[in-house]
Every structure is written in structure tokens, then in C-alpha cells.
Design a protein around this ligand. Structure first.
Ligand SMILES: Cc1cc2nc3c(=O)[nH]c(=O)nc-3n(C[C@H](O)[C@H](O)[C@H](O)COP(=O)(O)OP(=O)(O)OC[C@H]3O[C@@H](n4cnc5c(N)ncnc54)[C@H](O)[C@@H]3O)c2cc1C
Length: 355
């Protein structure tokens, strides 16, 4: 029987596998190889200590990450403001995850490229059933399978807030265009727009709204999206200063972005990390740092549980749940600070405590 199976090779799963290896364990990573979606993510500076612990800080180089020069916003008023908050890096997540994956391969981490279909738990073990019909018996599973969270069942039913979705495009910049490595957020009646530079002279531009508030037909008609961005103020000015026309060729992508919280992260023989534990509103731009941190914490928890010590596991669950509560309180306050659209459903739905 295996000691630990880690499900999913996003940032949480890979951090967990690497951290287990550093502690002398040989985890099996169950993770299909698929295309990683680039969402123009910002990696918070909070991630640097986790990357350092993992020995992966050096993976942030000019191909994978650009040091962020800050965050600008039009929020709570029509003026463009520069946020005080410390930033991090604009990353090419696909490339960074490929580097992490190659590092794990070089470390000799075993990987099954099948998907996990189901987990069956008994007091002594967990059986991980794979899509090819085979099954792996293990003492512990760390579920890092993201928002789809394979382990979330009746015992840990997730709670979903709203139906947020990102509708975004990634544009390529001309060689002669100078673009600052900063993010721009602009609140509008239907949600908020986000723009971030990415390594490789690309820029992500996306609308975050609730799926039922997007115009009908937007999935097949990019001019509806272009029309919405052209009605923004700072965002549309920035696009034209970069020589970008919103209707120019670039695929329109959609990604689920709702807040999904769990009340339990540590159950008998199954632990959760990253988005599988709780996926938070991207407005906070902290999901990746949390995924790395929680992957390491889950590895430490499993290492303790394997020698019948639950101290680290209990501490991990408490810290994570406290972090979610604090994040939701910050998110509530941030949404409440935008009062210009009192009658719009997107903003009405975000009034009051989110817990
Ligand atoms: C539009 C958008 C913008 C965002 N912007 C930011 C940002 O700016 N900054 C930030 O920090 N965060 C941001 N986030 C959040 C961030 O992307 C996530 O929090 C982060 O990717 C979570 O990492 P993870 O490893 O937990 O999950 P994931 O990255 O989702 O990885 C899960 C992995 O599990 C695998 N998997 C799924 N099911 C199975 C299965 N059954 N068996 C085996 N493997 C499976 C998947 O293939 C995947 O590789 C954003 C999210 C969205 C949607």
C-alpha cells in the first residue's frame, strides 16, 4: 500500500509533492497532463517564502515572471488611484507550472497521468479509483484537484457564493509598445474589469461578473464583450494607449471564478489543499500563494499523521479556516467600498457578510 497519493498537479499539488519529498516521503502524484489555462495571474509576494522553502524561488525568471510595479484601480469613485498594497509578480502560469513539473520529474516523483474518478475510504485506507478502471490503495490522500475537488462529498459539502465567471482575452503587444508591469482594476455596473501584463509581451483583459448577468450570446459573439470594454473609462483608455482594439483577433475565454468554501479540510485519511480546500474570489489575487502555502502545510500534516501525530493537521485546518474568514471579511469590505451601483444585482449580491 502507498503512504501518500496527491491528486492534481496545480501549484497546490506540486508544492505538496515536493514538500513530502523534502521530508523523505515518496508520494504518488495522480495528475493528468493537460493544458494549463493562463489567466494573467498575479503571484502575490506572500508566495516567496513558500517558493524559497520548496527551493523553487529560482523558477521565477524573465520567462515566467515579471516583477509587478503595482496596482491601479477605479473603485468607489471615478478617479484612477494607485493601491498602497505590496505586489508580487505577473506570471506565465503555464510556463511556471511546466518548470515545477519538470523539477518534480527530475526529483524522481512518480506520476500517474490518469484522472482520479472516485475515492472510497475505509478505516485503514483510501482506494483511489482511476478513470482507466484501476485502483490505488493508500494510507492518505491529499486532494489538490482544484475547484472540482474530487473528495468533496457529503462530509465536506462545499459552499458556493454567487456564480462569478471571468470572460477574458489575451492580447499580444506590438514590439514598439512600452507597457508597465502593473494591474488595473475598474468597477463597472456588471462587475469589475481586470487588466494585467504577462511575460512574453502579452496582456490579459477580463470582465469578472456573474454568469447570469452577462449578455446572452456573449460566448459566440466577441463584439458584445468588446462593446462592454469600450464603455469603461480607464480600461478603454489603457487599451487604446497600448494600440489595442477590443475587437481585434484574440479568443474569448471563460473561467469559473466563484468563491467556494469548505468547512473541513482534514478528514480521516483525506486532506485538502489549494482550491480543493477553498477557492476564493480572484479580486484578492491570493489563490496561488494560498495553494503553495497549503500544499506545504498539507504535506507537513500528512507527515505527522503517518506517525499518529495530528498536531500539524489540526493547526493547518485552523489556520486555513481563519484565513478564509479573514479573506471573506476583507472581500465584504472591499465590495462595500464601491457604492456607485446600488441598484445593480452584482453589487447587491455582495452586500453584507459573506460567511
Ligand atoms: C480568472 C481567474 C483569475 C485568477 N487570478 C488570480 C491571480 O491574479 N492571483 C492568484 O493568486 N490567483 C488567481 N486565481 C486563482 C488561482 O488560479 C487558483 O487559486 C490556483 O490556481 C489554485 O491552485 P490549485 O493547485 O489549488 O488548483 P488548480 O490550479 O485548479 O489545479 C488543480 C489540478 O488538479 C487537476 N485535477 C482536476 N481534477 C482531477 C482529478 N479528478 N484527478 C486528478 N487531477 C485532477 C487539474 O488538472 C489541475 O492540474 C485566479 C483564478 C481565476 C479563475
Amino acid at each position: 500500500m502507498r503512504q501518500v497519493v496527491v491528486l492534481g498537479a496545480g501549484m497546490a499539488g506540486m508544492a505538496c509533492a515536493r514538500s513530502l519529498l523534502q521530508r523523505g516521503y515518496r508520494p504518488l502524484l495522480v495528475a493528468p497532463r493537460g493544458d494549463v489555462a493562463n489567466h494573467g495571474e498575479t503571484l502575490s509576494f506572500h508566495a516567496s517564502s513558500s517558493l524559497e522553502t520548496l527551493g523553487w524561488l529560482g523558477l521565477l525568471d524573465e520567462e515566467t515572471a515579471l516583477a509587478s510595479q503595482g496596482r491601479y484601480s477605479v473603485w468607489g469613485g471615478s478617479a484612477l488611484r494607485r493601491a498602497e498594497a505590496a505586489s508580487g509578480w505577473h506570471i506565465d502560469r503555464r510556463r511556471l507550472e511546466l518548470r515545477m513539473s519538470a523539477a518534480l520529474e527530475a526529483d524522481g516523483v512518480e506520476r500517474s497521468v490518469e484522472r482520479a474518478r472516485r475515492l472510497s475510504r475505509s478505516p485503514a485506507q483510501v482506494a483511489v479509483e482511476l478513470t482507466d478502471g484501476s485502483s490505488i490503495a493508500t494510507e492518505f490522500v491529499v486532494d489538490c484537484s482544484g475547484r472540482s475537488a474530487i473528495s468533496s462529498g457529503a462530509g465536506a459539502a462545499p459552499r458556493r457564493l454567487h456564480k462569478m465567471v471571468a470572460a477574458f482575452r489575451i492580447f499580444r503587444l506590438d514590439d514598439d509598445v512600452e507597457a508597465a508591469a502593473a494591474t488595473l482594476v475598474e468597477a463597472v455596473a456588471t462587475g469589475w474589469w481586470y487588466m494585467a501584463l504577462m511575460p512574453g509581451r502579452r496582456i490579459m483583459v477580463g470582465l469578472f461578473s456573474d454568469s447570469d448577468l452577462l449578455p446572452a450570446g456573449i460566448r459566440n459573439d466577441v463584439t458584445l464583450w468588446a462593446d462592454m470594454v469600450s464603455r469603461t473609462t480607464a480600461m478603454s483608455r489603457r487599451l487604446s494607449s497600448l494600440g489595442l482594439d477590443p475587437v481585434m483577433a484574440a479568443d474569448l475565454h471563460f473561467a469559473p471564478a466563484s468563491t467556494v468554501t469548505a468547512s473541513r479540510l482534514v478528514e480521516p485519511r483525506i486532506l485538502r489543499a489549494g482550491d480543493a480546500a477553498s477557492a476564493l474570489d480572484p479580486l484578492g489575487a491570493n489563490g496561488l500563494a494560498t495553494a503553495l502555502w497549503s500544499g506545504i502545510q498539507a504535506a507537513e500534516s500528512v507527515a505527522g499523521l503517518l506517525v499518529r501525530d495530528d498536531t500539524a493537521a489540526l493547526r493547518y485546518e485552523r489556520h486555513f479556516l481563519e484565513g478564509i474568514a479573514s479573506h471573506l471579511a476583507t472581500q465584504t469590505a472591499l465590495y462595500a467600498s464601491e457604492q456607485r451601483f446600488p441598484d445593480m444585482p452584482f453589487w447587491q449580491r455582495r452586500r453584507g457578510p459573506m460567511l
